[in-house]
Design a protein around this ligand. Sequence first.
Ligand SMILES: Cc1cc2nc3c(=O)[nH]c(=O)nc-3n(C[C@H](O)[C@H](O)[C@H](O)COP(=O)(O)OP(=O)(O)OC[C@H]3O[C@@H](n4cnc5c(N)ncnc54)[C@H](O)[C@@H]3O)c2cc1C
Length: 413
Amino acid sequence: MNDTRSRQIVIAGAGVAGLTAALAFAERGYLVRVFEQAQRLEAAGAGIQLSPNATRILRQLGVLDRLLPAAVRPEAVVLKEAATLRELARVPLGQAAEARWQTPYLVAHRADLQSALTARVAEMPDIHLITGGRVSGVDTDSHGIAATVEIEGQTIKAEGSLLVGADGVWSSVRALVDSTRGTASPRSRFSGELAWRTTVAVESAAGQAFAAIGAADCVTTFLHPGFHMVAYPVSKGDAFNLVAFSRGERIAEGWSGHADPGILASAMRGTAPGVARLLEMAGPWLTWPLHTVEQKQSWTTPDGIALIGDAAHAMTPFAAQGAAMAIEDAAMLADVIADFPADQAQSLQIWENLRRPRVTRVARRGTINRLAWHAAGPVAIARNLFLKMRSSEKLAADLDWLYGWQQQKIIRR
Ligand SMILES: Cc1cc2nc3c(=O)[nH]c(=O)nc-3n(C[C@H](O)[C@H](O)[C@H](O)COP(=O)(O)OP(=O)(O)OC[C@H]3O[C@@H](n4cnc5c(N)ncnc54)[C@H](O)[C@@H]3O)c2cc1C
């Protein structure tokens, strides 16, 4: 490979995955160009939970210190039955999480996470972030890749050794991977579920309504047959992020859609009056259709394309791990490529082989959570009994594999 190109990385998309990848590659001495199709970076959605497996990497990349002043360290994850408001389980976080996993569990507004990432990117002279640039194609040869970028009505070529597709669930780069590999383009698939989200000020009537039924300093999840709602503080604790999940018809793709509020009202029928009051006071609700990506397709090509984050494996958010997986993908990709530059094709394959079992296990955990949280009848009774018999310590220990994850050094023989 031509030597100048071998130290250059082209990234499509400046979401959590793309910005983390830019930082991780720049830390390893690469020149990075990030193309973002939007004219301005805007955080999509409202709140985000950042578990220790994610904050550990954000700390290593110099992002965590910038995020901490705006984020909140919740004291626990609390599961409540939405019909009775009875507490079913409590997983201690706060100090306990830091003692157990050596790095905090945080909840934050997405805009604060994006500000922390872009502030760190701005400090790195080897990262060039170009907005209004859409990656639409790629040529590959033995010298590396040349991505086609549509920018201000012109088409330019961006050369490098690797094109990282961090362009989200509706990725264009995914189609490029498939055409290179000669496989059919896997479309994202509508999961049949809608996410309803809103943010309310703590001082508002809706904020007070939540404080009356949830734990204001915790992540509270209300469980109900066919419905659940997650609520937690964001923005230094000045607001609560609320996100509810129900089944629903497919609606337009995007974070700020609208669906018939009657769907939400009907899904939460039978919940306690306090929950119903909160949902009524907290509106209007924006709606996001949950799409997932078929995970059997390849995430890499031998000639220098890698998909990370939602572009590779968008999953349902029931384990609150999509962004965390994107962060893990990005950090590990940069390490594997930098540690073994001589044979990039093999490095990409090793990276994919290492990431796939982990991502599959995490996605499966989300599926199990959804089944448990939406359970009805005898299954719900069995769930409640199981949770009652499990100590908080044991519930935390059950998460060690997920939150305690650390990147292993790979030794190639
Ligand atoms: C309701 C809900 C709640 C969630 N809660 C959590 C949570 O608590 N914790 C968690 O870890 N995860 C959570 N997730 C998942 C998380 O939001 C996603 O996994 C994460 O945002 C994916 O990041 P990404 O960078 O891969 O994609 P995106 O954030 O979608 O970024 C992709 C970027 O690429 C740009 N782009 C697209 N195409 C092109 C192109 N051709 N050229 C250039 N740029 C392009 C887009 O404009 C966008 O900026 C949640 C998801 C949902 C729906």
